[in-house]
Design a protein around this ligand. Structure first.
Ligand code: ADP
Length: 657
């Protein structure tokens, strides 16, 4: 590209100079030739005219005296001039009187008298005719024809001169233009070269050299100024870039530190969470184990018909059970809260009929409302065709908590009303729990979702843990809804939950919602039914409790082992109908023992029930996956204990009352 541009500039320049000078020169030469030609012709005509005048005058006497020989002689004098080809004298009538022909002239050249003074002037010939006068009377005509060889020669010489001048001047013009080219095009080429360098290398420090003070020099000055400004901007930009890079580097370093800090903190938090979760699960286990004995034996004392407790002791035993249950509730709630907070808790949202859920909760809560003399109003018609997308177990837990609070924190003969609404955007269902309790001061409202904050309730006899609402709030959030409260002191409180609206249920969902649990309550078993149960348990109190429970069931015979190994030997030897297995045991735990039983031919068909103080869902799930047929959590609830054994055996077991 550069090459083409360079060449074309040079060529163009030379061509322009050559063309203009050539045209000017050619024009001058042509004008010069025309001038020469014209001047030559004027001279010829003038010369021939004067010659004709002289010859005419000399022939006048011959004409007057009709002496043609004299006239011929006069004419023959013309042979001295080698230009003259022919000449003739005509008489008055136009007839040829005398003529002269040079030896190279054509014949019959003077057949007629010419009409005008100049007959013709061609490149070959000049033909002139003049009247011959005597005393102002025309007595004849003289005509002379000369050839124009000199004119042709002159033209040839002129052409040659023009040609030579053009050639010489073209060479000179070429040489001059070559010289000029370096003067004019060099700065342009230099500038073009610099522009290419700048654009190719992005090097704004390059400058063009000014060599002339003309427009070109001016252009180079402007170009250099432009480069100055670009370079300044470039330097400023570079500086800004450098600063930016420094900032980015600095911030990246900070970010990296922050990320690694956060990662470290996350790992630590995860470890802490893990430790917390392990601690809670351990604490739960450790608390539940003695509670098992406390609540279990208290239940047995209250049940004992052979040695019945007196009234005072019965009241005391009931107090123990109530306090124990409260402690259990506290343990369960703390576990729930800590699992939610550590992200180990999940909900399983499904389409549910709200009326079904409400019905189940109301059935459980009704006796409590009755006991507190609180009127519980809930129009079941309002739930017709109302479906929610929620975890039914957790939603029941929330509704139960709000209803039980409405009942607990109420005035005598107060009421709790449940109202359902669809939100304006038709995306959610709202359930309001309106009570006529003492209300909550507005400045305390935000504190009620804080774990363990019971406001003033801990100064009253109303039982509670202060955790329920914070769990409910989190559960509602996990289900894609929310929990809100409004209250007016002296009027009452309105707790409301919002949850995503659901779709109508398919038939299979309806079945799932109310699973048919086998009912074993109050069913007799035949007297000859004999069940041999093996209980493997390291804790003597727990062992004693189960022995005590089973002693009331004649159909069950219990053998026991304080260690898993001995338990397996007993199972092999006696092949019991059922094995009750503690999980946390020294030497060999319940899972290992179960595996052994499953491997042995003599024992692999014996159903095994886990009896453990590990009450977390994941523990129960893990045990079921390992192959335990059922799971009983400690503290043992006697009725549930019997029910699970019956269910596992597929037989009904009766406790003697
Ligand atoms: P608790 O086990 O104490 O009932 P909650 O978390 O359920 O724990 O409630 C926290 C506190 O909020 C309660 O101790 C009580 O002071 C207050 N509260 C909850 N529900 C109501 C209500 N319906 N009316 C008045 N106060 C209430």
């Amino acid at each position: 590209m550069k090459f083409i541009t360079d060449v074309s500039i040079q060529k163009k320049l030379i061509r322009v100079i050559m063309l203009t000078s050539g045209i000017a020169l050619a024009l001058a030469c042509v004008l010069f030739a025309i001038y020469n030609f014209t001047m030559f012709r004027i001279g010829e005509v003038r010369e021939l005219t004067s010659l004709a005048e002289i010859v005419g005058n000399n022939s006048s006497a011959a004409l007057v005296f009709d002496d043609s020989q004299t006239a011929k002689d006069v004419l023959s004098s013309l042979q001295m001039d080698d230009r003259i080809e022919a000449a003739a004298v005509y008489d008055k009538t136009g007839k040829i009187f005398a003529s002269f022909n040079s030896n190279h002239s054509e014949a019959n050249v003077f057949l007629s008298k010419p009409n005008s003074s100049v007959n013709s002037f061609t490149l070959q010939k000049l033909d002139i005719a003049l009247p011959i006068q005597l005393h102002e009377e025309t007595i004849g005509t003289i005509r002379i024809i000369s050839h124009q060889k000199s004119l042709i020669k002159l033209l040839g010489e002129n052409g040659l001169i023009v040609f030579l001048v053009l050639i010489v001047s073209s060479i000179v013009a070429y040489l001059v233009s070559k010289k000029l080219e370096s003067m004019i095009s060099s700065p342009i080429l230099h500038l073009s070269d610099k522009v290419s360098q700048v654009s190719n290398n992005r090097d704004y420090s390059i400058r063009a050299t000014k060599t002339t003070q003309d427009e070109m020099g001016n252009l180079i000055d402007r170009f250099n100024e432009m480069l100055d400004r670009i370079q300044e901007q470039e330097i400023a930009l570079q500086g800004a870039n450098d600063r930016l890079e420094d900032q980015v580097e600095e911030r990246t370093a900070k970010l990296k530190t922050a990320i690694s800090d956060a990662e470290r903190a996350k790992i630590e938090a995860e470890k802490a969470n893990q430790a917390k979760s392990e601690f809670l699960s351990r604490m739960s286990h450790e608390l539940r184990t003695p509670m098992n004995a406390i609540l279990g034996f208290t239940q047995m004392m209250l049940k004992d018909t052979q040695n019945p407790l007196n009234e005072i002791h019965q009241t005391d035993a009931n107090h123990i059970i109530k306090a124990g249950k409260h402690l259990l509730e506290l343990i369960n709630e703390i576990l729930d809260l800590s699992r939610i907070e550590s992200g180990q808790f999940s909900v399983s949202n499904q389409n549910r009929h709200l009326g079904d859920i409400m019905e189940e909760v109301l059935e459980i809560i009704h006796p409590t409302a009755k006991k507190h003399k609180i009127q519980l109003t809930c129009d079941m018609d309002q739930f017709q065709n109302i479906y929610v997308f929620a975890d039914s177990v957790r939603l029941k837990q929330v509704i139960f908590n709000l209803l039980s609070n409405g009942i607990k924190y109420n005035n005598p003969d107060g009421s709790v009303k449940v109202i359902q609404e669809i939100t304006r955007d038709k995306q959610a269902v709202k359930l309001k729990f309106i009570d006529t309790g003492p209300g909550i001061p507005s400045d305390k409202l935000k504190d009620i979702f804080e774990p363990f904050n019971r406001l003033e309730a801990d100064k009253t006899a109303i039982e509670g843990t202060g955790i329920g609402l914070s769990i409910c709030e989190k559960l509602m959030e996990m289900m894609g809804g929310n929990l809100k409260v409004e209250s007016a002191v002296g009027v009452g409180s309105e707790f409301s939950i919002e949850m995503p609206i659901g779709k109508p249920l398919k038939n299979e969902d309806k079945v799932k919602l109310s699973p048919q649990e086998p009912e074993f309550k109050n069913v007799e078993i035949s007297d000859n039914c004999s069940i041999l149960a093996l209980y493997i348990e390291d804790n003597i109190d727990n062992l004693a409790l189960v022995q005590r429970i089973v002693s009331d069931i004649p159909a069950i015979k219990l053998i026991s082992a304080p260690r898993a190994k001995l338990g397996i030997e007993l199972a092999k030897a006696h092949r019991p109908n059922i094995v009750l297995m503690d999980i946390n045991m020294p030497e060999m735990d319940g899972f290992q023992a179960l595996k052994q039983l499953q491997l042995l031919e003599e024992t692999n068909d014996i159903p095994v029930i886990a009896v453990s103080a590990n009450a977390m869902e994941k523990d129960i799930e893990k045990a079921k996956q390992a192959g335990f047929n059922n799971y009983i959590t400690k503290p043992i609830e006697i009725h549930n204990f019997i029910s699970v054994i019956s269910q596992t055996l597929g037989k009904q077991v009766k406790i003697t009352q």
